[in-house]
Ligand binder design. Structure first.
Ligand code: HEM
Length: 508
């Protein structure tokens, strides 16, 4: 028996060694961008990634040695990391004859997303040539999150509702003298907004807290390094149990969607008035024209899309507002200037509205600076969908690519005092924006996969910040005043503070 085990171990070592030699020979011929060489057997550069949750900083440090376009190996999987605006521009101009083209519009397949068959339908896994991905994007961008849906009629009322609800929440804390946990307050209100847009419904406060925890856990799991992704031969074993856990979480999420659909079908069958929300639109399409097109938006596809939108929309916006409040609390002069502008423009008006945003240039500059400095999706994952020749290197089709957007937005060559919070840089002549045309600032990404939630976020961020500042003064809890805000950050899919920011409001 013992000799059998020894023989098996021997074959395993020989197998792994052959794999390593094969990898070395293959990679040496591929002209991949520079990086540590030779890679360590099996682990590649995994051991050099340093402290967990700090990958964005580690990648920046490594890029100072290997360049804005470098190749790291996580386990046996090569990843090309883009860390500077120049490298990003070069990759986006690597089309035939230097033409602009997004050759990295794919997404790597993460094993956790395969739970419950999610990856077969999710916008976060489908390749950009896939008809289903195009249909989902079109539906999300042109129907669900289109400016006409979120800025006029019912959409405008919803924004008023979120401002009122947030104001009510914070007023309650002000009356009780209790601290607001910004991340939770914003997440809860955005969830309410999304639930209203999608199903014309809301959750009880207790249920909402459960939902919020669910989303935070899902987003956390998406950012957890998974052995299955870096050693694909081990995928079936699900060694960390992440796929199993994700299955449980998605089951709860899907059940919620199924209940909403069942309720709505009953009310439609009973001839009750239409609500004309996203769910009515989905059911119309399911029953009508889309079914004839091969039922692209089937029940299964829609529940994946709606779950994706909660996660993508709520956690990012909540993290961004939390970072924004950190910057404003640490820069009392900027906070004062924003409040003065709000007071002079809004006068006695109790609450801010979307139409006020255009009359608040300083608030707009503050929002741009928060978006630049606080890249809440720090490492944007992509995959090469074609072979790309760039700067004398090659990114072969199928290679995983990571845009270190956190580092790109803070590039010293593009922004003076790049690590400092200076909203004034966006007043005056600065024309670069976050809309995806400028390679120096990509808070919502760029190219074919640019964030479809950008039009909604563009309105929500100034509205929420304006509401928090116009009617309230903020004081840090005594213990935080002494020690300063704990700036420890954790880099997952979303970059957030390890310890949530809290502050005590005083109604003005
Ligand atoms: C502060 C707010 C937000 C930020 C900073 C943000 C940022 C991003 C970024 C960087 C990407 C990757 C883009 C790329 O690959 O080029 C993305 C993708 C995405 N975002 Fe957002 N986002 C925000 C809010 C939202 C909202 C409100 C929604 C929807 C309700 C949303 C839905 C999505 C979806 C569905 C994708 C995937 C698109 C695809 O792969 O085709 N996001 N977002």
């Amino acid at each position: 028996m013992a000799s059998f085990v020894v023989e098996c171990l021997g074959w395993l070592v020989v197998g792994l060694f052959s794999l390593y030699i094969f990898q070395l020979l293959r990679d040496a011929r591929r002209r991949l961008p520079p990086g540590p060489w030779p890679p360590k057997p099996l682990v590649g550069d995994l051991l050099d990634l340093g402290e967990d949750g700090q990958q964005h900083r580690t990648f920046l440090r490594l890029s100072e040695r290997y360049g804005g376009l470098m190749c790291l190996r996580f386990g046996i999987v090569p990843h090309v990391i883009i860390s500077t605006p120049e490298a990003l521009r070069a990759v986006f101009h690597a089309g035939e004859g230097g033409k602009k083209a997004d050759g990295i519009a794919g997404l790597p397949s993460l094993d956790v997303l395969s739970a419950m068959g999610h990856s077969a339908h999710t916008i976060f896994a489908l390749p950009s040539q896939d008809g289903k991905w195009r249909a989902l994007r079109k539906f999300a961008a042109a129907e669900m999150l289109a400016p006409r849906r979120i800025s006029s009629g019912a959409g405008a009322q919803l924004q008023t509702k979120i401002v009122e609800a947030l104001h009510r929440d914070v007023s309650g804390h002000a009356a009780r003298g209790t601290p607001v946990v910004f991340r939770h307050a914003v997440l809860d209100n955005i969830l309410s907004l999304l639930l209203s847009v999608l199903y014309s419904t809301d959750l009880e406060a207790k249920e909402r807290a459960v939902f919020r925890d669910l989303i935070e856990e899902i987003v956390g799991m998406l950012g957890t390094a998974n052995v299955s992704d870096v050693f694909p031969p081990l995928t079936a074993l699900d060694l960390q149990g992440l796929r199993r856990r994700m299955t449980n979480l998605l089951t709860i999420m899907y059940r919620h969607f199924d209940e909403q659909v069942a309720l709505r079908r009953r009310s439609r069958d009973a001839g009750e008035p239409r609500k004309n929300d996203v769910l009515d639109m989905v059911l119309d399409k399911e029953e009508g024209e889309w079914k004839q097109e091969g039922s692209l938006l089937s029940h299964d596809v829609m529940r994946v899309l709606l779950s994706d939108l909660y996660g993508a929309g709520a956690s990012t916006t909540a993290a961004l507002i939390e970072w924004g409040m950190v910057d404003l609390l640490q820069n009392p002069d900027v906070m004062r200037k924003v409040r003065e502008e709000l007071t002079s423009v809004l006068g006695d008006k109790p609450l801010m509205e979307e139409s006020d945003i255009a009359r608040l240039p300083y608030l707009q500059a503050v929002v741009k600076e928060i978006l630049r400095l606080r890249m809440v999706v720090p490492l944007v994952p992509r995959k090469a969908e074609v072979d790309i020749e760039v700067n004398g290197y090659r990114i072969p089709k199928g290679t995983n690519v990571i845009l270190n957007a956190w580092a790109i937005n803070r590039s010293a060559g593009a922004w003076p005092d790049a690590d400092r919070f200076v909203p004034e840089r966006f007043l005056g002549g600065e024309t670069r924006s976050y809309l995806g045309q400028d390679f120096e600032m990509i808070p919502f990404g760029l190219g074919r996969r640019i964030c479809p939630g950008m039009p909604l976020a563009q309105k929500l961020i100034p509205l929420i910040l304006g509401t928090l500042i116009h009617r309230f003064e903020w004081e840090l809890p005594a213990e935080v005043r002494e020690s300063g805000i704990d700036m420890k950050e954790k880099c997952g899919v979303v970059l957030s503070l390890v310890n949530p920011l809290t502050a005590i409001p005083k109604e003005i």
